[in-house]
Design a protein around this ligand. Structure first.
Ligand code: IPD
Ligand code: CA
Ligand code: CA
Length: 251
């Protein structure tokens, strides 16, 4: 996917340069000039080859077309990291066909890591096949999570769930890029990932990359995942049911 790598290189070249930064809804929900530039580059490449496809992209929203194909784009996933010069961010592009994810590409230019999946063909990292981990117990696992820009003050909210693991000494990281979190589950670096509130552009590509690497992705109830609802649990599959019980406070 040249769009993901081209945009990733653009993002990398602009880190620590001067660019305009705006705030979106919520506190510290940033969007930079570089998010817009990356988005434009990706959309120009896609539209050149597929001018009649539907596009859903974080900063421009929906470009509706009467098409079976829909591209779901996050031009920078990890914008807060980017704006602070923290090299943990990526470009995420997913392709849906008739409502099902069929292709996902995530490129982290700072580690030169290109994750890719096609439905039914497995997942790869820099063209080498990847697989989820083999851990089978939550107590032996290492997880990753993320937090929404506006805190969700709700029963069993993000900090309640996070605290449950930390109090028991189970490692839970917070990288700041949901797409990278998902790819690192796919690559077996993390055994699972959960987050209370994501948008389709955060997860569409990574969701397929986890599934094609042999993992499982659901909502907090264990229902099949859809990128159009907020909650996500992604894992290596083996720890999934136990992880769901921990998240729901049923342990
Ligand atoms: C955010 C990142 C972060 C997650 C947030 C997302 P953005 O995306 O994926 O890890 O915790 O929920 O909104 O704003 O950097 O594209
Ligand atoms: Ca995002
Ligand atoms: Ca983004």
């Amino acid at each position: 996917m040249t769009a993901a790598t081209a945009a990733g290189r653009l993002v990398q070249s602009r880190m620590n340069s001067s660019y305009r930064v705006d705030n979106k809804e919520g506190v510290n929900n940033l969007v930079t000039e570089v998010d817009h530039a990356s988005e434009k580059l990706i959309m120009d490449i896609i539209r050149k080859d597929f001018p009649d496809h539907f596009i859903l992209s974080e900063e421009v929203g929906e470009i509706r077309m009467d098409s079976d194909y829909k591209w779901i784009i996050d031009p920078i996933d990890g914008t807060v990291n980017f704006a602070h010069g923290i090299p943990i961010c990526c470009v995420s592009i997913g392709l849906e066909h008739q409502g099902k994810m069929v292709m996902g590409a995530v490129y982290n230019p700072f580690m030169d890591e290109f994750f890719f999946a096609e439905k039914g063909k497995g997942s790869s990292l820099n063209d080498k096949p990847i697989q989820v981990s083999g851990k089978s117990a939550v107590m032996e696992s290492c997880f990753v999570t993320g937090f929404p820009y506006t805190y969700l003050d709700m029963p069993n909210g993000p900090l309640d769930v996070f605290g449950r693991f930390i109090r028991k000494g189970i490692p839970v990281r917070r990288l700041g890029s949901a797409a990278i979190d998902l790819c690192w589950v796919a690559a077996g670096r993390f055994d699972g990932f959960f987050e209370h509130k994501l948008s389709a552009w955060d997860s569409a590509a990574g969701f397929l990359i986890v599934e094609e690497a042999g993992g499982r992705v659901t909502d907090f109830e264990g229902n099949p995942y859809s990128p159009y609802q907020p909650q996500i649990v992604a894992s290596n599959g083996q720890v999934h049911d136990e992880l769901l019980r921990w998240i729901r406070d049923e342990v």
